[in-house]
Design a protein around this ligand. Structure first.
Ligand SMILES: Cc1cc2nc3c(=O)[nH]c(=O)nc-3n(C[C@H](O)[C@H](O)[C@H](O)COP(=O)(O)OP(=O)(O)OC[C@H]3O[C@@H](n4cnc5c(N)ncnc54)[C@H](O)[C@@H]3O)c2cc1C
Ligand code: SF4
Length: 524
């Protein structure tokens, strides 16, 4: 009887549940890791995403060997061939895999026929995961082992992040004093989300020079025959747990104090501002959400950091990240196919090539994504996703692009953020209205409009900003559906005040633009 463990590329933690379940006998537990080129060819991935995942896997394999595990590392065309060979060679009778977050990969594993038992061990990389007590061997996970997100959601009339977040704060006793929120309030939004002043001086983000392992992966990725996006030239991401911890420490020391006020600001040439850059590492398992939350909370108490910034970060990780992961596993499997507005416009080709758009906000953000695989939340939501929404781009085409282009993208976080939050394609499972806005928001929160050939204050003239005519075109097209949402009443009343001739002009501008961009490039 031999138990073996297959470790997936997003499970790079010595504390992950499958390893934990065999931690008493690492020398006699074969461990397999596979780099599959066929998996990489499924999408036109950003080259830096492939480098990050494969380099982090190779570094983790070395860490595992040092910790005494018997590791086999395969670079292969697919998953199946090396799996079959390894199971046979090691006479594996039970294969253990920590349940992947992504649905398709889970189904793939469940359907494998390897001639041995396959056990999916509940994922312990999320605080509100579905961990069952028998696999909950790590003491640090004990506190949250018994109740799942499902239990919370199933008994509720409304699924609101705010309710979930408060429950999380109480449950895990984060920023709490005698069951009351520290500072007397759950939310410090009125101190945050400020427009950027002219003289901002954000800290430089941490950068890591590629070592020999990373350089080798960079060369291999450049030589891939499948189609990719972006380039490896500026690769500076962390690839080990140690480096990821340095990113966390750097964030706490340099960026956390100002995280709140300029959380939503967008500034030309400033890619990261005071954001944490932690999502790639949290999503790969190099950092755990709990250690980030503890470190941020400790910094509040020890260094007396501003509560609006500290609470702002905790809300993102204990709130949004856990909430959206929970939603992904709570909704039906066809959630990703939903299209409430029936949007069918192809993704404009310039999403794959920033030089092809003359809209400065889109150009700046897309250029940044090409160079780094990263954009911060408001750039993703209020520039890229907002534009696709008001134009009427197919939510699935947009999701595919986000999934390929971003350094931190995985199915669980893509579906909920793009299909749900960004496109409202689920009709409002957890959001009460679509995140749609005109140029006003971008003009207020960024400096992009200052260098743009369009006028953010015009909506129907020749130089009108497309965000403006598309916004009113979107509201008019979906008037009936939006009426049912309640929170759109003010906007709908404003639509009613627009002169019919001007509305027709805006609709004509929108239609002409759509026709011009009808030849989208989906994934090529
Ligand atoms: C359209 C769209 C697409 C997105 N795609 C992804 C994605 O592919 N991968 C991804 O991890 N996040 C995604 N997000 C969520 C969020 O934008 C990123 O997590 C964040 O920008 C990552 O940068 P950061 O680490 O500097 O975040 P910070 O602003 O420093 O926030 C701290 C952490 O909070 C977590 N977080 C905050 N908001 C969310 C959220 N909505 N969902 C999940 N985690 C959140 C992240 O782990 C992040 O690292 C997306 C959001 C939108 C609107
Ligand atoms: S004017 Fe419009 S297109 Fe130009 S940067 Fe501003 S919002 Fe973007």
């Amino acid at each position: 009887m031999t138990t073996g463990i297959w470790i997936l590329g997003t499970q790079l933690s010595l504390e992950q549940a499958a390893l934990k379940s065999c931690e008493d006998d690492p020398e006699n537990t074969p461990v397999l890791m596979i780099e599959s080129q066929a998996h990489a060819a499924q999408r036109r991935y950003h080259q830096q995403k492939l480098v990050l995942v494969w380099s982090a896997m190779r570094h983790f394999a070395i860490q595992l060997q040092k910790a005494g595990w018997r590791v086999t590392y395969e670079v292969a065309t697919d998953f199946i061939t090396p799996l079959q060979n390894w199971v046979q060679q090691n006479q594996i009778t039970e294969l253990r895999v920590m349940t992947p977050s992504d649905r398709a990969l889970k189904t793939f594993i469940q359907q494998l026929d390897l001639g041995c038992q396959i056990s999916l061990i509940p994922d312990n990389h999320f605080l509100w995961s579905q961990i069952t007590p028998e696999f909950d061997s790590g003491a640090c996970y004990e506190r949250w082992s018994t109740q799942a997100f499902q239990n919370w959601a199933n008994n509720r009339k409304r699924i609101l992040m705010e309710d979930f977040y408060r429950q999380g704060r109480k449950r895990f006793q984060v920023l709490m004093e005698e069951n009351q929120p520290v500072g007397g309030k759950w939310n410090f939004d009125q101190d945050n989300r400020k427009p950027p002043p002219n003289n901002l001086t954000p800290p430089s983000p941490p950068k890591f020079s590629p070592d020999n392992i990373t350089q080798a992966v960079m060369e291999e990725v450049q030589a891939l025959s499948c189609s990719t996006y972006g380039n490896v030239e500026n690769f500076q991401w962390a690839v080990t747990r140690e480096q990821a911890q340095q990113v966390l420490n750097h964030f706490i020391e340099s960026a956390l104090p100002n995280f709140g006020p300029y959380q939503d600001a967008m500034v030309t040439g400033e890619t990261t501002l005071w954001h944490s850059l932690l999502s790639p590492y949290l999503n790969l398992g190099l950092l755990t959400p709990w250690e980030v939350i503890v470190a941020v909370e400790q910094a509040y108490y020890q260094n007396r950091l501003p509560l609006n910034s500290v609470e702002g970060v905790i809300r993102q990780i204990l709130g949004w990240r856990e909430f959206l992961h929970g939603i992904y596993h709570w909704v039906d499997a066809d959630y990703g196919q939903q299209n409430w507005f029936n949007h069918q416009q192809p993704l404009p080709a310039f999403f794959w090539d920033s030089s092809e758009t003359d809209m400065n906000c889109l150009k700046q953000v897309l250029q940044q994504v090409e160079q780094t695989g990263y954009a911060h939340h408001i750039q993703r939501l209020m520039v890229l996703s907002n534009f696709a929404l008001i134009v009427g781009v197919s939510p699935q085409a947009l999701k595919n692009w986000f999934h390929a282009a971003f350094i931190d993208a995985y199915d669980w976080v893509m579906e909920t953020n793009v299909i749900g939050m960004g496109q409202f394609a689920d009709g409002g499972v957890f959001a009460s209205k679509p995140y749609a806005s005109s140029a006003n928001y971008i003009n207020k929160m960024s400096d992009y409009c200052q260098d743009c050939c369009y006028n953010p204050r015009q909506r129907s003239q020749e130089d009108a900003c497309p965000f403006n005519f598309f916004y009113w075109d979107f509201i008019a097209r979906h008037r009936d559906q939006l009426q049912g949402l309640g929170r759109m009443n003010l906007v709908l009343a404003n639509l009613g005040k627009i002169d019919a001739e001007e509305l027709a002009q805006m609709q004509a501008l929108a239609e002409a633009w759509r026709e011009k961009h009808a030849q989208g490039l989906e994934e090529t």
